[in-house]
Design a protein around this ligand. Sequence first.
Ligand SMILES: [Zn+2]
Length: 325
Amino acid sequence: MNTQNIVRFIGAINSLNTRNYTLLKSAIEKRDSEKFVSRLLNSDVVEEDRCCPYCESKSIHKWGVRNDLQRYKCKICKRTFNTLTGTPLSNLHKKGRWLSYAECMINGLSVRKAAAECGVHRNTSFRWRHRFLKNVNDIKPEKLYGIAEVNEQIFAWSEKGSNKLNRKPRKRGYKSIKHIPYDKRVFTLFCRDRGKNTYDSLFFRFSANNITADLSKLLTKDTLFCSQNKAVYLKYTKDNGLRHGSLSIAKQEKVKRDIVHIENVLKYQRNLIIWMKRFRGVATKYLHNYLSWYRELDEFEFNISPEIVLIRAKRSERYNTNHFR
Ligand SMILES: [Zn+2]
């Protein structure tokens, strides 16, 4: 549009009726927002560090702009890409609504409520949720320091949303954890140090060997492992030569020597369970996503911005080709 037309266009704005004015306003907001999101997602990598997601070569050059995103072409493998190629956010549409969607996630809205809030279909809402959380699963502390409080939580195996259910639907779930058959239990292990770093993992069989395999790099010999005196933890700490602050279940011990307790991890678990109630049960195959989602909120003390949610959903580790091929 040339300058003369733009001046005429701006002059015509005053004569628009309310309906047309609203349409124009929302079109401008959408465009602005898509541009903003594109700029945001393009800005987390320094241009000199940008490399081809296919062959990791830094020999690339700019190759036009499409959907507000800068495209690049690799001089080595000749393939084109943009900043989202190979990330969980690739091939998702309606970028302009991603920030509002990230906000809905921060507020813990259900799939349907978030869909209504952002004006997208519930299937889109579901897809976005799990794409946004894909990378968050890997953002866990690599080490816990000092005192690690450990406890487990049992969830019932759930096939929520599955089209092929191999059993009769349970109308009201299980009365309590004790009523869940052993083969229908999913165990979540929570380890939280006093610096509020939290590590969680899922087990279908809760044994000292499985815990050893999972926690081998997380805890060092200097860590004080605090837990209840369950056989699994006793064996795990003995096998790995860890110092164990063990609390007797029989004596209902809460604190020992002032420092041995698991109050912090129990509080984390309690708050997680309260937070998860809004989803009215989650499918076991997505449980790790919900654990990661809550872990991220807790890491930022529930004060994370939608921009950070998006940047973390699209991490630069995408350059590890195994990650997305
Ligand atoms: Zn390449």
